[in-house]
Every structure is written in C-alpha cells, then in structure tokens.
Ligand binder design. Sequence first.
Ligand SMILES: C[C@H](O)[C@H](O)[C@H]1CNC2=NC(N)=NC(=O)C2=N1
Length: 111
Amino acid sequence: MSQLTQETCEACRADAPKVTDEELKTLIRDIPDWSIEVRDGVMQLEKHFAFPDFVQALAFTNKVGEIAEAEGHHPKLVTEWGSVIVTWWSHKIRGLHRNDFIMAAKTDKLL
Ligand SMILES: C[C@H](O)[C@H](O)[C@H]1CNC2=NC(N)=NC(=O)C2=N1
C-alpha cells in the first residue's frame, strides 16, 4: 500500500501548483490501476470499481464520501448497480494536485 495513504490533503487554494509532468510520472506509479483522463482541458484521475450488487456499490460510495469529507477534498462519483466510477481532480486549479493522488490511494485502501 502506497505511503500516500498516510498523508493528509492540504487546503485547496486557487494558487496551488499543479503536479509537474515529472511528479505525475512518479505519483501514478503509486496508484497503477487509475487512469489519467483529460476533460475540457482538466486532467483527472479515474478508476472503475466493480461490485456484486447495488447495495455494495452504494456502501463503497458512502465510504468514499466519508474520507472526502474528512479530508475536505471531494470526488465525482457515478454509482450504478454493481459499479462505481471515482474521479479525482482539484477544481480550484482545474487539474491535478498531490491531494488527488493521496485521495486515490486512500480510495483504494477502502477495499
Ligand atoms: C471550501 C472548500 O473547502 C473548497 O471548495 C474545496 C472543497 N472540496 C474540493 N474538492 C476538490 N476535488 N477540489 C476542490 O477545489 C475543492 N475545494
């Protein structure tokens, strides 16, 4: 399990730096199952989680919500029967911050 899971998010600020290309290459190794998506020019981390039914998908969704509230950093969550797509990015900087990698690692740790 990545050391990122031991870190906590810093407060989201509009002038916070995006991760550099070099940091991105290093950080993504810690969360190898996550994909990097770019939507409207905004880089995001995304992963699909499969579950046997809706109840377990919803339970996982709520767990992600709990860590998001605890860290003050929130994802996009798409919950369907047997499926949750989790997407992390930093809205204020319209891109990826270290916070997003921390939260992706913490998301994986929920399973
Ligand atoms: C006021 C509040 O802390 C901020 O708006 C936080 C809330 N959660 C957040 N979550 C994410 N992913 N990005 C943000 O910029 C962000 N900002």
